[in-house]
Design a protein around this ligand. Sequence first.
Ligand code: ADP
Ligand code: MG
Length: 551
Amino acid sequence: MSQQMQGQPMIIMGDDAERMKDKSAQEHNIAAARAVAESVRSTLGPKGMDKMLVTSLGDIVVTNDGVTILEEMDIDNPTAEMIVEVAETQEDEAGDGTTTAVAIAGELLKNAEELLDQDIHPTAIIKGFNMAADQAREELDDVTIDVDRDDRETFRKIAQTSMTGKGAEQYKENLSDLIVDGAEAVTVEADDGSTIVDLAFLKVETQTGRSAGESELLEGAVIDKDPVHEEMPAESENASVLVIDEPLELDEAEADTQASITDPSQLQNFIEQEEQALREKVDQIVDLGADVVVCQKGIDDMVQHYLAKEGILALKRVKRSDVEFLREIIGADVVSNLDTATEEFLGTGNIRRDESEELFYIEGTDDDSHGVTLLLRGSTEHVVDELERGVEDALDVVGTAMSRGEALPGGGAPEVEVAARLRQYADSVSGREQLAVEAFADSLDVVPRVLAENAGLDSIDTLVDLRAAHSDGDGRAGLNVFSGDIEDTFEAGVVETPSAKKQALTSASEAANLVLKIDDIIQAGESDDDGPAGGMGGGMGGMGGGMGGMM
Ligand code: ADP
Ligand code: MG
C-alpha cells in the first residue's frame, strides 16, 4: 500500500478488463461471501450433515468440520477466500467454532446489505459492527461461568459438545475421558505461577486396524517404526538416546561419482573410503555412548549392520513431528552433525517395543518429563482422520477452558443472551451506527436458527421461545437438540467455551468489515493467460492485504 499514490491501489488494466464500483462491487462481493457461508451452514450443530468432498487430487474427505470443508473447496474468488480465512483464523486461534464464525460472518453481510440498500454508508456500518463486537465480547465475559479446575465433569461435557456431530461423537464417552486425562497430564506451572494446560506436551497419534473405542492415552511418545535391523535389541531401560537429523548414509552426489571412475583399483579405493566414512559415523555414535539412535533421515545398510553388532537400537526415517516431540520428552538436542555432537545432546528414556502393534513406546525418565500420547484407533484411514479432527478441536477448547477455568452454556444460549443485551446497548448508540449494532445483534440469531433448522425443528418458534426465556431472565436458556427442549443447556451438559465464542465473533466481524471496505473491483480481461479468476484473485488479493492492515 505504501508505494501507492494517495492510498489508491495502482492497477494497470488491459483493454478488456472489467470494472465494478461501489454498490455493484459490494453486492458482488457480499453474494460471493454469503455463498460460501451458506455452503457450510448445514453442518452446524450435532444434527448437522456431513459433507463429502473430492479434492483436486481425487482424494475423498468426508467431514463435518467447517474449516476442512472450506480448505478442500478450492475457492478462487477473492472475497469468498476472505470467508475461508475466517475459518482458518478461528481454527488456529480457538480450534473449534469455525462453522459458527463463518455463519455469523455470512449473516452480518446479509444484514449489512439491507443497510446498504437503505443508503447507509459502509463506514457507518463498519463502525457500528466494531462497537457491537466490542460490546458483545464484554457481555460474553459477563455471562461466563467460572469452573473449578477439578470439575472433570464440566470439562468432559465441553469435550463432548465439541465432538458432537463429528465422527468422534460415537465414542465421546471414552474419548472425552482421554481428552480430560490428557489435558490434566500436561498441566504445568507457567512462568507467572499460574497453572496452564500445555498441549505442546500432548501428541495425537493415529493407528488404523482396531476400533475407536480402543483408543488410549499413553505416557511418553509413540513411534510407528520397525527397528532397522532384526538383530537389534527391542527395548532398553534408561537408554541414552541420540536424536539425529543428519543422514547416516552417503548422499546421492557422492554415490554418483562412482560413475566417473574407470580404473578398477580406483574403484576399490573409493569403496574403501566410503566404508571408512560410514564406519567413522558408527564409531562416533558408540563414543557418544548412545544405546538408541532415532534418525530422521536414512541409515545405510552397513551402518545398520555395525550398529546392530554394537547392540544399538536404531530407527530411521522417523517423522519430523515425532522427532520434535521425542526431543521434549527425553530432553535431547537434535544432532545435525555428528562431528560436533557431545554427550550432552543425548536424552534419556525407557524404550520398549510392542510387537503385535508394531509400535515403540518411549518414556522420559526425568521427574518433570510429562509428555503423553493420545493414540486414536479406528478401522480405516477415513475414520481415524475424522476422529483426529474432532479430538484435536476438543483438546484445544478443553485445554483453554481448563487453563482459564471457564465455560458457557451451548445450544445458542450465549448468542440469544448477547443479542438481547446488544439491542439494549443499541439504544445508547446514536446515529446510523445504531442500526448497524442492531443488525449485528440480529446476525447472532443465525446460530440458534440454524441449530433448529438442522435438527428439523421450526426455527422461528425456537427463536421466539428462546427470546421469551431470556427476557424472563433465564440467561442460560438454549436449544438442546437432543431433547428438542429449550432449557438451561449448561445443566443439560451442552457446554462451550467463552474463548472460542469470542474468537468467532471477532473473526466474523473482521471478515465482514473487510468485505464491506471493498468498493472497487477490477477484473483482468479474458485474454490474460491465467484466466479471469486468476487475474482477479491476484489483484484483489493484494487489495485485501492492504485493507487488512487498515483495521
Ligand atoms: P462449529 O464449527 O462452529 O464448532 P459445530 O457443528 O461444532 O460447529 O456446532 C457448534 C454448535 O452446536 C454450538 O453452538 C453448540 O452449542 C451447538 N451444540 C452442540 N451440541 C448441542 C446440543 N446437544 N444441542 C444444541 N446445540 C448443540
Ligand atoms: Mg464444533
